[in-house]
Structure formats: structure tokens, C-alpha cells
Design a protein around this ligand. Structure first.
Ligand code: BGC
Length: 725
């Protein structure tokens, strides 16, 4: 099939139809969330000639239902003149969210703590297979947004605050989703999102304005997207917000000059939800919906996620006829859309799947999810000094309390069977709560728990019950944090853990029994006042369907925690420095004596995470002391497990440019690796650094390297070298 030939055959209406994406509401009956309405479907596919459809209305469909849906859609396509298959897109965010019975995985914020790309790749591969099994070839994932604002409700979808970590981990997911051949039944087209600067809203509210300097835009937010493009990502979704007064959907500079000309992205650009019309209704840079369409398409949008009507199609046809949008722009967009459909093999196989039936959520795929959940576990406090509180002895009697103790939705977070992930009834019966997993290990007689499955149930916060039950046990395990939420509805005006949970925790501590905190949450809730008195604190993030098992195994010592924070865990709500801040962010002036914290004073720093074993680093060696253009610097050391049991350690390699014409960061992550070591085992680690790793965005907005002194840091050691002198 030749795309140029096909394009020549298309009328303007057909071309604009290809650029139109509508949601499932436009093919489902109004009074039903999963019954197809043949008339509505024909209107969308045959009359309006839409090129793409997305989403489900309320909840996940079974594979059988997806067969029916995709079959009905592509069946309508056969009634059109050119029979161009419809491209279905879906949010398979941490697993195939909208395929009933699929395997789900921990959210990215926990995956980033593993420092283990293999786990990211394995989870993405399963997701690709289980998404494609539903006949859906396009996944709106991964998120390349850098999580710089912990209050933002989508923080859990990010790989944390570091641009390199975000680029590498999300990049790994792209490679696994797409494989070598998009036609294969174990691949899907990936979508890097949300280009650009989405994750840094000034107010913390989703889709609200951000002001980011050109320097920070290029230093922090752009590099992960460059990584995605370099890995051949097929599509991009655009940031719904505005940067420095310009909505990204209307920015020629961002969508064409930077995305196409600088980054050299060749794939398809889709808007986010309703974002063209919102240039008029929300951002108010367009006086009419029609003007909004003209601005967005001329800025570089190829496909509009309209998604509730066909107004986009109507306006764009008119704009082309009036000469406001050139036909060249339309042809460029449609070529990209047709090319993707061809690459996905949809012209030959519009149902988009293999002949073999795929089994979802098998023992093997569950093992991948469990391995990932175990590796995300991040132990941030364990006892005082040398006296540790975890692992727990299996002989103790435990009071398990708090809203997260007997609830499944908080273990999963956003995009879990439903968009918000909150509907407990949607979860498979097989998913265990922490209560169930703990009782299975210790026996009913050893665990007291009065927490209910509904996160908000009054009992979950009942101090009197907690005090009474505490008398009968040796230990309290208090499971706190946040219930599931997604996007705008997840906004919280404060990062502080809410008052009821704080009161419960204080009451637990006052009983005098050792209190282990398990934090199940998508963003770091401030718990400063609990930290000194808690016996131990385990961060579980959103560990997914096997998260309860992973948490309990960690508490009991069957899993050795190895997670390393992918963000700076805040101590105070006004003190949200990232680890890669500037030197001058650490306030040290004449008032040093009265300044109690220097600036970067998180509760736990980026990279923090404890283990049940001990590791010792060998000497840090650099292959050269002076390096120049074209050289590779080998930074090597070794790490040995000197403790009493096997364990994994994430090793970060940072560099620092000692002096530069744009104020340098105190350190920046350049490489990382996860090393698994048996008791007594030692392994060599070599990181190779190059010129690119030493570069920064200069005052001229371009990436440069300046001659001078550099330092490289691994395992608390520092090595020095010079570049270009
Ligand atoms: C989200 C996107 C998502 C899209 C389609 C939007 O609300 O911002 O991340 O891909 O919906 O469901």
C-alpha cells in the first residue's frame, strides 16, 4: 500500500476525518457503558470518517467485548470508499488498565526507585501483549514528564524528579512497547507524553499555567523527550497547559520548531483531551472554537482528541477552504497518520491481533508484577542507630491499622480498571489487601485488624479502637497514605498527611508499642512529626495487585528492600528543593549561626533507601584525569555485600561541574545500575561518561561544555577530573 497514492485519492473530508479522534461515547449507547449503538458508530466511521477512536466510557472491557468493539468498528470501515482502518488508542498506563483481567504493575514513581530498567522493560512487554490482545495497537504511554512538583496529582505517573532517570526509564518502556516491528502481535505504538512542561504547574493544580525559563525547559524537561525520539517513539501527546503564557497546543515554537526541527520527531502528534477547543474555552487565546482549530493545526497538531463531537472536522474543513490552514499542513498530518496505520499493519490486519488467543494475567506475568513490587519497596527508616526494628519476628502479635490496611484501591492508584482507580468493586477478588496477606503469613490469631475495605470508613480512623486493641499486641503496623485518584480530582491543597491519619499515628505512638509506618501513596505526604517516634517507615508507593504480598514479605524479611528514592521526600511543605538544586539554593550567609537548615533539607534525599544487609564500596577509580573531546571516561568501583543476607543495591553515578558560566547544579545523575549480590559477593561496576554528560544549557540557550574541573560521585566517594584543559 502506497501512502502517497492513497493520500491523492482522499477528499478533504476524508483527510480531516483521519485527523479526528473521538471517544467511546460516540459509539456506545447513551444509557449504557458498554453496549454498541450501531447508528452512532456508523455516523462516526462512515459519515464523519473518523481516523481514530479512544477510551472506554467507565470501566475496563473484557477481551471478548474488545473483540466485539474493534470488530464492529473495522466492520464499518469496510463500508467506506477507501477502507482506511480506524486506529484505536487507549491508556495502558501501568498495565492494560482497560482490559479486564489484565496484569497491572506498580506505578512509575515506585518503578523509578528500583533503578532497574529490566523490570521496566518486562512490565512494558506484558502491557504491550495484553493491550494488543484486545486489538488495540496504540498505547498513550509512557509519561516522560519530570516530576518536579510533588503536590501535582500525577506525580505517581512520573519516574521522579530527575530528567536522566525519567528519560532512561520511560525510554526503556518505549523500546519494550514498540519492539522491532509494530506489526507484531506483542508490540504497540508508544506515545511520549505530555510534551512539554506538563508536570510543573506553578499552583500544583493539574493543567494550570507554568512559567519555566528557556534554560530550565531545555535543561530539565526537554532531554527525556529527546531520548524518546532517539528511540524512535511513534507518537506524542501534547501538554494541556500553558508555558510562559502560551498554551502548548497553540505553540508553533514548541510543536514545530523544537519538536520537529530540533528533536527531529517524525511521528504523529495527538492533542490531549479536548485541548483544541480549550484554546477558546479555557486559555482564551482564540475568540472562537474555529479559530482554536486553526491555531492548533497550524502550530503542528496532526490529530485532535476532540473527543465528544465532530465540530473539529467541520471547522477544519472550512478553514482549509478559506485558506487559513494550508493543504500542505493537512497532507503532512494525514501522511503521518496513514504511515502509523501502515507501520502497525492495520491495512492487512485491521483487527490488529494474532490468531492465537492470549492468556491474561498468567502465573508468569504475575511474577513480573510481584518482582517489580518487591523491588519498589523503599525502607526509609529502620530503628534507631544500630538497633533495627525490621524485619519483624514472625512470633509477635500485631495490630494492623489505618485506612490502607484493608483496601485494594490505594495499592493501585490512578488508571486501575477505571480512570480514578477508586472503585473497589472493579478489582478482581484475587487481589489481596495488606490485612489478607499478613494473616496468611502469620495466622488469624496473631493479627488484629479492624480496618474496613472502604478507605474512608470511620473505623479506619478510630482512635479508641486502636488504643484498646494495642493493649493486646506487641507491635503496631499502621498503613497510611492516600486512596487512589487521577488527574484533576486528585488535587490536594496540602502535602501534609491529613489530620485524621496524623491523629491516629500519634495515638498509636502514645500507646508505647513500637509503630511501623507503611506509607501507601502516590506522592510524598509530609510526616515529619511522626518520623522521630516511628520504629520504622516503609514507602510502598502504588505497588499494584501484588503489592500487599510485597509489603508483607518486606515487613517479615522475606524480601530485602532495595528501593532508592527517585525524588527528594519533603520535610516541610514550603521547602521543595530538588536534589539537583544550585549551590546558591543552600543559604549560607552571615546569619549561618541562626539558619538552622541550609536550603536542601528534605526528610529523605534523592537516592535514600535502606537494606537489611550492608554494602561496602571499593575505591573509586577514573580511567583519566584529563579528558577531551571524543574521550570516554571510565569511572569504576566495586560493591560488596558484607552483610548477612542477599540483597540488591541501586548505585547512582552523579557528576558536578565545579564552575560554569550558568550556575551549576550541586550534582546531576548521569548513570545508574541495580546490582544484585549474594551474601559475601562482590561486583565490579563501570560507568562510562562522555562529553554529552558534561554539557549544560549555556546562556545562549544551546548545549555547551566548558573547560575546567569536574567531580564524579559514586557511593559517597568523589573523583576529580578536568575537561578540555
Ligand atoms: C490525560 C492523558 C490521557 C488522555 C486520554 C487525558 O485526560 O491527560 O494522559 O492519555 O486523557 O485518556
Amino acid at each position: 500500500m502506497n501512502i502517497k497514492t492513497l493520500l491523492r485519492k482522499l477528499t478533504l473530508e476524508e483527510k480531516v476525518g483521519q485527523m479526528t479522534q473521538v471517544t467511546s461515547h460516540l459509539y456506545l449507547k447513551d444509557n449504557s457503558s458498554d453496549e454498541i449503538d450501531p447508528k452512532k458508530l456508523a455516523e462516526a466511521v462512515v459519515n464523519k470518517k473518523v481516523g481514530s477512536i479512544l477510551n472506554v466510557k467507565t470501566h475496563a472491557f473484557s477481551l471478548k467485548k474488545w473483540d466485539e468493539v474493534i470488530g464492529a468498528i473495522q466492520g464499518q470501515v469496510l463500508k467506506t470508499k477507501n477502507k482506511i482502518p480506524v486506529l484505536y488508542g487507549i491508556d495502558s498506563i501501568h498495565g492494560a488498565t482497560y482490559v479486564k483481567g489484565a496484569t497491572l504493575f506498580p506505578h512509575n514513581i515506585g518503578m523509578a526507585a528500583t533503578r532497574n530498567n529490566d523490570l521496566v522493560a518486562a512490565a512494558a512487554k506484558v502491557t504491550a501483549i495484553e493491550t494488543r490482545a484486545a486489538g488495540i495497537p496504540w498505547n498513550f504511554d509512557p509519561v516522560f514528564d519530570v516530576g518536579r512538583v510533588p503536590a501535582w496529582a500525577r506525580f505517581e505517573e512520573t519516574f521522579g524528579e530527575d530528567p536522566y532517570l525519567c528519560g532512561q526509564m520511560a525510554g526503556t518502556a518505549v523500546t519494550a512497547y514498540q519492539g522491532d516491528d509494530l506489526r507484531a502481535t506483542d508490540t504497540v505504538a508508544a506515545c511520549m507524553k505530555h510534551f512539554l512542561g506538563y508536570s510543573s504547574p506553578d499552583s500544583g493544580h493539574d493543567r494550570t499555567p507554568t512559567n519555566i525559563s528557556e534554560n530550565q525547559l531545555r535543561e530539565i524537561f526537554l532531554p527525556p523527550f529527546q531520548e524518546a525520539v532517539d528511540r524512535g517513539v511513534a507518537t506524542v501527546m501534547i501538554n494541556s497547559g500553558e508555558i510562559n503564557g502560551v498554551p502548548v497546543h497553540g505553540s508553533y515554537k514548541l510543536l514545530t520548531t523544537i519538536l520537529r526541527k530540533e528533536l527531529k520527531f517524525k511521528g504523529l502528534a495527538v492533542t490531549d483531551w479536548e485541548d483544541i477547543i480549550r484554546l477558546h474555552t479555557r486559555h482564551r487565546i482564540a475568540a472562537t472554537p474555529k479559530e482554536a482549530v486553526g491555531i492548533a493545526i497550524n502550530a503542528g497538531i496532526d490529530m485532535s482528541m476532540v473527543p465528544f463531537d465532530f465540530s473539529f472536522t467541520k471547522h477544519l474543513i472550512a478553514l482549509v477552504k478559506e485558506g487559513v490552514v494550508p493543504m500542505k499542513r493537512i497532507d503532512e498530518a494525514v501522511t503521518r497518520i496513514l504511515q502509523l496505520k501502515k507501520d502497525l499493519g492495520l491495512f492487512d490486519n485491521p483487527l490488529g491481533k494474532g490468531a492465537e488467543e492470549v492468556k491474561l494475567n498468567t502465573t508468569e506475568t504475575q511474577q513480573v508484577s510481584l518482582a517489580a513490587a518487591r523491588a519498589t519497596m523503599t525502607l526509609v527508616k529502620n530503628g534507631k542507630g544500630k538497633k533495627t526494628s525490621l524485619p519483624l519476628s514472625k512470633k509477635v502479635k500485631i495490630l494492623l491499622a489505618g485506612p490502607a490496611a484493608n483496601n485494594v484501591s490505594c495499592l493501585h492508584g490512578s488508571w486501575s480498571w477505571t480512570w480514578q482507580g477508586k472503585e473497589v468493586k472493579q478489582y478482581p477478588k484475587s487481589v489481596k489487601t495488606i490485612h489478607k496477606a499478613l494473616t496468611e503469613k502469620l495466622g488469624r490469631g496473631n493479627v488484629i485488624c479492624f480496618s474496613k475495605s472502604k478507605y474512608e470508613a470511620a473505623d479506619n480512623f478510630n482512635i479508641k479502637k486502636l488504643q484498646a486493641a494495642a493493649k493486646k499486641v506487641d507491635q503496631i503496623v499502621l498503613c497510611l497514605g492516600e486512596d487512589a485518584y487521577a488527574e484533576g480530582p486528585g488535587y490536594s491543597p496540602t502535602l501534609l498527611l491529613d489530620d485524621r491519619q496524623m491523629a491516629l499515628a500519634h495515638a498509636a505512638i502514645q500507646t508505647g508499642k513500637p509503630v511501623i509506618l507503611v506509607m501507601v501513596q502516590g506522592r510524598p505526604r509530609i510526616i515529619r512529626k511522626l518520623v522521630p517516634d516511628a520504629a520504622a517507615i516503609l514507602l510502598a508507593y502504588r505497588p499494584g495487585p501484588l503489592g500487599a504480598e510485597a509489603i508483607v514479605e518486606t515487613l517479615l524479611g522475606e524480601n530485602n528492600p532495595s528501593g532508592k528514592l527517585a525524588f527528594s521526600y519533603p520535610r516541610y511543605s514550603n521547602d521543595l528543593q530538588t536534589y539537583d538544586h544550585k549551590y546558591s539554593a543552600e543559604v549560607q550567609e552571615l546569619e549561618a549561626a541562626i539558619i538552622t537548615d541550609g536550603g536542601y533539607n528534605p526528610q529523605w534525599a534523592f537516592g535514600h533507601g535502606l537494606s537489611y544487609t550492608e554494602f561496602e564500596f571499593g575505591k573509586l577509580k577514573l580511567s583519566k584525569k584529563n579528558i577531551k573531546k571524543g574521550d570516554i571516561l571510565k569511572v569504576s568501583t566495586s560493591v560488596k555485600n558484607i552483610g548477612k543476607r542477599a540483597g540488591s543495591i541501586g548505585v547512582d553515578c552523579f557528576i558536578r561541574d565545579c564552575y560554569a558560566s550558568v550556575t551549576p547544579a550541586v550534582k546531576r545523575l548521569k548513570r545508574y545500575v541495580s546490582v544484585e549480590l549474594a551474601k559475601g559477593e562482590e561486583q565490579k561496576i563501570v560507568f562510562e561518561l562522555n562529553e554529552q554528560d558534561l554539557s549544560f544549557i549555556g546562556q545562549n540557550g544551546k548545549r555547551i561544555v566548558e573547560a575546567g574541573d569536574f567531580e564524579v560521585m559514586v557511593g559517597g566517594m568523589v573523583g576529580r577530573f578536568k575537561w578540555g584543559v
